[in-house]
Design a protein around this ligand. Structure first.
Ligand code: LLP
Length: 440
């Protein structure tokens, strides 16, 4: 069980309250938080977010010989508090579409720190991006033509980067691969060459090239050949049009351990060291100037900072299984049902009790696939107990739903030993808030 504890934020400790050992994070007692805010509850520990950013910064400084920056991929978690935190840490914030862009601007993220992504950005997305972003990553030629048509409509037109598709896959779930040849994302190299010509003839501020191979990979090696191909493209572009990008972004996608069986996991430093060395060597080989390296992580910054708290309602035994039925599941975390993602959990009270028997942690929704965790060794947990699921910070709340009338959970932010509610739990009123009803 000690190994399971390593999946939680570094600030996690076991404290004795009322004669019981209880999990605490960032100096805050999880039992008290659950009592105050209810469950399911999502908790974010700012010290874990800060530590991940520090690790990226230190790794870039140690391994990359040129200038570097970090864009935080807001799709992993964006709300007013997270966007404000990211901007305050000097990160750029990657927004997908007008919705995330609205959140970032409402949070006060400065224009120059906003970068916009999106495949098939709508006219509204493009307009919002042109008005409020510092950088737009262009997905395709049609989009570029639409942007060119908007070029004279704002004084401070964003810089443009091209998203290219290197045509190689990384090892991750098929749903999360994006760099392969048949992917819907980005431009093939021939299109990228056309895009550069178009930008130059129209005088558009093209400053970068971007690629993203996929999400949640654990071995940086497959990024190498993709990076090499992109550098060959840049050499070709330099030769054909004497253009070289100031920025190069290899996207995000660095994975995290979700389960104790995933430990030990290679570090952010391992990933950045590989990327930096390969990029520096590739630039030297192609006689290209070192670009500003902009990494774009989401999960590896925010996943471990988030912990989900659930309360066990009923405990059921079937022929072969012990079911712990929780008050949350696929409505707040679709990842097990969508990708077969494998999580772990600890009881909040006496977390290091022996866990000798497997349990199936099921959610309350009307789907047999609503199983948060399968076959996990678990203590003798009783109805009414709290369970904490670590590594819940990325792509849970952002992919949550109101299935079966589920109310999206409350979100609490921990900083300097204090907890603050950053998002209230949805109410049943919210469920009908958009409804117009029927006349007559
Ligand atoms: N940049 C781009 C262009 C992306 O599409 C993504 C993720 C990222 C950066 C950040 O990737 P990260 O560092 O977080 O892996 N729902 C899936 C993940 C989908 C990722 C989509 N794009 C999951 O829950 O595993």
């Amino acid at each position: 069980m000690e190994k399971r504890l390593q999946l939680f934020p570094h600030s996690t400790e076991i404290r004795r309250f009322d004669g019981v050992d209880r999990l605490a994070i960032g100096g805050c007692d999880l039992t008290q938080l659950a009592e105050e805010y209810g469950t399911p509850l999502y908790i974010y520990d700012q010290s874990a977010l800060d530590a991940a950013v520090d690790e990226y910064r230190a790794a870039l400084a140690a391994h990359y010989p040129g200038p570097a920056g970090i864009t935080y991929a807001g799709k992993a978690l964006i709300n007013l508090a997270a966007a404000r935190w990211a901007a305050g840490r000097g990160l750029w914030v990657d927004c997908t579409g007008a919705g995330e862009l609205y959140i970032a601007t409402r949070a006060g993220v400065p224009r120059e720190q906003i970068l916009v992504h999106g495949v098939n950005k709508s006219p509204a997305d493009l307009w919002a991006a042109v008005e409020t972003a510092g950088t737009i990553v262009v997905d395709n030629l049609t989009e570029l033509e639409r942007l060119a048509a908007l070029a004279d409509s704002v004084a401070d037109f964003p810089q443009l980067w091209l998203r290219v598709r290197p045509g190689l896959a990384v090892d991750t779930h098929a749903f999360r691969q994006t760099g392969q040849d048949d992917s819907k994302f980005g431009m093939g190299f021939a299109e990228a060459v056309q895009a550069v010509t178009l930008c130059r003839t129209q005088g558009l501020p093209l400053t970068g090239v971007h690629f993203h191979q996929g999400s949640h990979f654990h071995d940086p090696q497959p990024i190498g050949p993709a990076l090499d191909r992109v550098l060959e493209l840049l050499a070709e572009l330099r030769d054909a049009s004497s253009w070289t990008p100031a920025y190069l972004s290899p996207g995000g996608g660095w994975g995290v351990p979700y389960h104790e069986d995933d430990l030990p996991h290679p570090s952010i430093d391992d990933y950045v060291a590989f990327l930096s060395a390969r990029l520096a060597a590739g630039c030297a080989a192609n006689d290209l100037p070192l670009p500003i390296l902009h990494v774009e992580p989401g999960r590896s910054i925010v996943a471990v900072a988030g912990v989900a708290l659930y309360r066990v309602g009923a405990v059921k035994r079937t022929s072969n299984r012990r079911w712990l039925l929780l008050d949350g599941g696929m409505a707040d975390n679709i990842r097990p049902s969508l990708y077969g993602a494998r999580y772990s959990a600890l009881p909040v009270a006496n977390p290091l009790r022996p866990a000798l028997d497997p349990a199936w942690l099921g959610g309350p929704y009307c789907e047999s696939g609503d199983v948060l965790i399968e076959n996990l060794l678990m203590a003798d947990v009783q109805p009414g107990e709290l369970l904490a699921v670590p590594v819940s910070g990325a792509y849970h709340l952002m992919m949550s739903s109101n299935y079966n009338g589920a109310l999206r959970p409350a979100v609490v932010w921990l900083q300097d030993g204090q907890a603050q509610l950053i998002q209230r739990r949805e109410t049943v009123e919210d469920l009908v808030d958009r409804d117009e009803g029927m006349k007559g």
